[in-house]
Design a protein around this ligand. Structure first.
Ligand code: UDP
Ligand code: MG
Length: 152
């Protein structure tokens, strides 16, 4: 399995409820490596780009309004199979269907307030990480033999 990077965000409800530490901790304890982290206010433009695949769906306007309603904590996590692993840590989209032990299954009640976002595949991971982070925002490992920073 290859080393991947994926985009995860604590949504405004998670920040508002004081669950940032709890949520980060779950990914850390699982063994993923945190390579990017920032708290930020999402603009309307960025929200519409990020959730572009959902444009035209009945929940789109509410989703954009919600994700721009307060600060989020944007993260990039790295590890073998990180994309699927982060989705598993997060749980099913609807908290009612999310398994106990997942973030949404343990901590959420409402699909429109489900605490966390996670990229759903390799293409969206690359797209979303680069929407929220520049290359200099992500930590890399210094390789002494070639004297370069390497991103796994
Ligand atoms: N969402 C919603 N109502 C729906 C479906 C989705 O409010 O019927 C919201 C929900 O917060 C979800 C987000 O839109 O997290 C993006 O939907 P997606 O299907 O991509 O779910 P996710 O990838 O976040 O599990
Ligand atoms: Mg999604």
């Amino acid at each position: 399995m290859s080393v991947e990077r994926t985009f995860v965000a604590v949504k405004p409800d998670g920040v508002e409820r004081g669950l940032v530490g709890e949520i980060i901790s779950r990914f850390e304890k699982r063994g993923l490596k945190l390579v990017g982290l920032k708290q930020m206010q999402v603009s309307n433009d960025l929200a519409e780009k990020h959730y572009g695949e959902h444009k035209g769906k009945p929940f789109f306007d509410g989703l954009v309004k919600f994700i721009t309603s307060g600060p989020i904590v944007a993260m990039c996590w790295e590890g073998k199979g990180a994309i699927a692993t982060c989705r598993n840590v997060i749980g099913a989209t609807s908290p009612a269907a999310a398994a106990m032990g997942t973030i949404r299954g343990d901590l959420a009640m409402d699909i429109s307030r489900n605490l966390v976002h996670g990229s759903d595949g390799p293409e969206s991971a690359v797209r979303e990480v680069s929407l929220f982070f520049g290359p200099d925002d992500l930590v890399s490992k210094w390789d002494r033999t070639i004297e370069k920073w390497i991103c796994e």
